[in-house]
Design a protein around this ligand. Structure first.
Ligand code: FRU
Length: 908
């Protein structure tokens, strides 16, 4: 796609480039013309004819600079043309000599230079164009000669001194007149080509002399000035005036002849058009003449009409040419714009072509893709059908499974109810037999009720899933209703020293609710609060009125709920991440569903503890009429009275009634009922210590029991962690640890064994197996003890490694180092090993079966025995050597240990 766009752009650029370059290939030529001045019509006519000719050649650019009769300016302007690098230079010099040098400069620069009208000094120029001014003078003289037979006088008025036409015209005129004896040039007036330059002098002259017959002025402008002077003197009929130029148009020489102001004028063509033609020839490398002389002719009353006609025709033709030129210009403009249009059309056509090819390509591609899609679509469709079929089957099978479990749950209800009521009636019977088993019967009642509640929760969940819950709404006074539920928790509040508060502002608040549902809702929220609120905490129920609703708040000082779980805890199977208590994960889901069936809302927040806010709408407008019933249901029959477990065991305390010699067991279990039951079962044989899991490690370090029974799911540290910590602590590493857990998976078992557990028993457990496991753990330890006491010498053996061996190694080394020190105490030994005296005592007792003192003593006596056999020390010295301050006491202790006195041994 990208490459296609690039290709398109490239095409457009190429076309545009081509169109531009076409314009550029036409080479432009620059012709620079330095005009002497433009104050008179003759010069203007010259410029005009140049422009006209140049306009016929679009490749020529003509630039005319006006020197304004200023020689210095003309030189500068010519230099500018040279610097510009014009292709051809045309100059009409103001004067001959001053302009010669700069023209030679142009020639030296390689610029072909055409001199027009007036000449320069010398011949260093490319070409000259203009009429022959000697001829002009001659023509004027010829005219006078033809007109007069009588002697006649002539006044000559010359052009500006220093310009070639002035002296050439004089030359030609005089030479001719001088040939005729009758004719005399009586006076010469020097003009500067303009009439103002001669008027004064002529007036004076005419005043002083006899009027001449002829005046020859070098141009028509001065001739007109002369006529004006002559007219003032009323001599116009006597003096015949001849001019030069013969321009067409008002005040032009032709008109003056026609008007009989001038007798004649000599045609002096401007040569503008011819100069440009010459330049064109130069540019197209054609050979040209150096001198291009234009024709001149005398115009008098005889031919003036013909001349006028010719000029009119010429003018007409010129106009026609100009008009045609305009038409051509317009056509060129139209052509140019049409060319652009065509170019644009070509570009567009090209684009169209590319787009069409592209769209055809796309159509083909799309068709292919469509075909592919269609085939994969049909595949997907077939797969979907299969999945749908499979899902249907799965749904049916799921449904039947769920229905089976639902039915089963229903079935459970009856036997469970039967068990509960039978056990309740047994426990209520105050017979001698039942007294002994009251604890167990209560346990059965409580757990049967718990099971029943769980089954009810399951059935409610199922009903909600099916949408088959029907509301049965009745008008209810909410305060007594809530009070009634809260009362069920008073005994638990008492046992856990929880401050259960109930506050409200107005007692007469009525709500339309399904009592059975809302009973479950409030009961569930309250039992959660009790579950997570520790001893001496507070639970506060508050009822608040707010516009159209009533808010019921349950605030507790328990562990709270993490903020990011405020929404998800109402989802089915979810429970807060900080909740380690067993839970179905359905309670809060059912609660929210029930509240929402009432068009109410439930929200949770947590600052210190958790706060559940249930908002229910006042009145009945939000409920369908048919669900509202006027008959008050019998709440006592529907609600489970005494549904709160009434066997909430007292906080357990250690049971160490069997005396110091009995083995001790530490139970780390957060389920108080189970902990209670285990303690009951074990207390006949062992001194039992208990921990609810919050202080498992601390308790083990405190009592250094002989066996530890530990659960895995515990509120603070889990069982794996506790086991790990105890096994890596020197003070407790020797204690056999039994894991008692509901987790029966392989991973948990492996993890526990890796953490150092000795035995792994899963719930539900068999009592006998548990008892046997404890016994065998103790027996194993006994075997180990035997091993240690009999191989104590091998403690330093390298193969004899492990935490207990390291401990014994350190212990022996410390005792050995202090054998002579009679004041070395058990405290000293314990502090050197960095454990407490009791922990040392228990550890040594557990590992070696003797007290620390006995052990130290046995090591002293052992050393004494070897000294007695191998050294020459006397008995007193040996007694001191092994740390006895009294040799008598040493002898008594020795005899007690070995059945022989030191003296007897020494002498044997
Ligand atoms: C125009 C003009 C003409 C004359 C020519 C001579 O400027 O004075 O009248 O014929 O110059 O160069």
């Amino acid at each position: 796609m990208k490459s296609q766009i690039k290709f398109l752009l490239l095409n457009i650029l190429c076309l545009l480039f081509l169109s531009c370059s076409k314009e550029n290939i036409k080479e432009k030529y620059k012709i620079g013309f330095s005009q002497a001045m433009t104050t008179d019509n003759w010069r203007r006519e010259m410029n005009k004819s140049m422009h006209l000719e140049a306009s016929l050649h679009p490749e020529i650019v003509l630039e005319i600079k006006d020197a304004e009769n200023n020689i210095a300016r003309q030189i500068t302007q010519i230099e500018d043309f040279i610097a510009d690098g014009v292709d051809v230079l045309i100059v009409s010099p103001i004067q001959s000599i001053p302009i010669t040098a700069v023209i030679e400069k142009a020639m030296d620069a390689g610029i072909p230079t055409i001199v027009i009208d007036r000449k320069i000094d010398g011949r260093n120029f490319t070409a000259y164009i203009g009429a022959n001014n000697v001829e002009v003078g001659r023509n004027a003289a010829k005219y006078i000669i033809s007109q007069s037979n009588e002697p006649a006088k002539i006044i000559e008025i010359t052009g500006q001194e220093g310009s070639s036409p002035a002296y050439e015209r004089s030359e030609g005129f005089r030479k001719m007149i001088n040939k005729i004896p009758n004719l005399t040039i009586s006076h010469i007036i020097k003009g500067d080509w303009e009439k103002a330059s001669i008027e004064e002098e002529l007036t004076k002259l005419l005043d002083s002399i006899k009027p001449p017959e002829y005046i020859f002025a070098h141009n028509d402008r001065m001739a007109l000035g002369a006529w004006e002077v002559v007219k003032k003197k009323s001599l116009e009929d006597q003096i015949h005036i001849i001019g030069v130029d013969g321009l067409f148009g008002p005040n032009g020489g032709i008109q003056l002849v026609k008007d009989r102001i001038l007798a004649a004028t000599v045609l002096y063509p401007t040569g503008g058009m011819e100069a440009i033609k010459l330049a064109e020839d130069l540019l197209s490398d054609e050979n040209i003449e150096k001198n291009n002389i234009l024709k001149t002719v005398i115009i008098d009353s005889v031919n003036v009409e013909i001349m006028q006609n010719q000029f009119d025709k010429m003018k007409q033709q010129q106009n026609d040419i100009e008009n045609q030129q305009e038409v051509i210009d317009n056509q060129i403009t139209t052509f140019k714009s049409q060319s652009k249009l065509i170019l644009l059309l070509i570009v567009l056509l090209g684009l169209l072509l590319i787009l069409s090819v592209w769209s055809i390509y796309l159509v083909v591609k799309l068709r292919k893709r469509k075909r592919n899609l269609e085939s994969s679509n049909s595949e997907i469709l077939a797969q979907r059908n299969k999945i749908e079929e499979f899902a249907k089957k799965l749904k049916i099978s799921n449904e039947s499974k769920i229905n089976f479990f639902t039915a089963l749950s229903h079935e459970f209800k009856t036997p469970l109810t039967l068990i509960t009521s039978s056990i309740e009636s047994i426990s209520e019977r105050p017979t001698k037999e039942s007294q002994g088993i009251s604890y167990e019967t209560n346990l059965i009642i409580n757990n049967s009720r718990r099971l029943l509640r769980l089954i009810n929760e399951l059935l409610d969940f199922r009903k909600l899933e099916n949408g088959s819950f029907d509301l049965r709404i009745t008008k209810t006074e909410i305060i007594p209703f809530l009070k009634n539920i809260a009362e069920d928790f008073t005994s638990e509040a008492l046992k856990k020293s929880i401050d259960l508060k109930f506050s409200y502002k107005c007692e007469d608040l009525e709500l339309y609710i399904d009592r059975e549902m809302m009973d479950k809702v409030f009961f569930n929220i309250l039992s959660n609060a009790f579950k997570f609120t520790p001893k001496n905490g507070t639970i506060h129920i508050a009822v608040e009125e707010e516009d159209e609703k009533i808010n019921i708040l349950f605030r507790d000082s328990g562990i709270g709920i993490p903020k990011d779980e405020f929404q998800s805890i109402f989802d089915p199977y979810m429970q807060a991440s900080n909740n380690t208590k067993p839970s179905s994960g359905l309670g809060l889901y059912i609660t929210r569903q029930f509240v929402e069936l009432h068009k109410g809302s439930i929200a949770v927040s947590s600052h210190q503890g958790a706060e559940f806010r249930i908002s229910l709408l006042k009145g009945r407008a939000h409920l369908k009429e048919y669900v509202i019933s006027e008959i008050q249901p019998d709440m006592d029959s529907s609600s489970n009275r005494s549904r709160v477990d009434n066997l909430i065991p007292e906080e357990l305390e250690d049971n160490i009634s069997l005396g110091e010699n009995a083995d001790s067991v530490l139970i780390i279990e957060d389920n108080l009922e189970l902990s209670h039951l285990l303690r009951k079962k074990l207390s006949s044989e062992y001194n039992v210590h208990v921990s609810d899991g919050t202080d498992g490690v601390e308790k083990a370090l405190e009592v250094i029991p002989d066996v530890i029974i530990c659960d895995l799911n515990l509120p603070d540290k889990d069982g794996f962690q506790i086991c790990q910590e105890l096994k890596s602590d020197l003070r407790t590493s020797h204690i056999p640890t039994l894991i008692l857990t509901a987790l029966s998976d392989k991973e948990s078992r492996l993890k526990a064994l890796k953490a150092g557990a000795d035995v792994y028993i899963t719930k539900p457990f068999n009592n006998e197996i548990l008892m046997e496991s404890i016994k065998s753990a103790l027996f194993n330890r006994e075997k180990l003890r035997y091993y240690y006491t009999n191989r104590i010498d091998k403690v330093n053996d390298e193969n004899f490694a492990g935490p207990e061996q390291f401990f014994l190694k350190d212990l022996n080394a410390l005792i050995d180092a202090n054998l002579r020190n009679s004041s070395f105490t058990v405290e000293d030994l314990a502090s050197s090993l960095q454990i407490s005296r009791v922990q040392l005592y228990r550890k040594v007792k557990a590992l070696l079966g003797v007290s620390v003192n006995e052990y130290i003593n046995s090591l002293r006596l052992k050393k004494a025995k070897s000294l007695l056999q191998e050294s020459k020390f006397n008995i007193s010295e040996i007694a001191y050597e092994v740390g006895y301050s009294s040799p008598g006491y040493f002898s008594t202790s020795f005899k007690k240990e070995y059945g022989i006195s030191p003296k007897e041994l020494k002498s044997s």
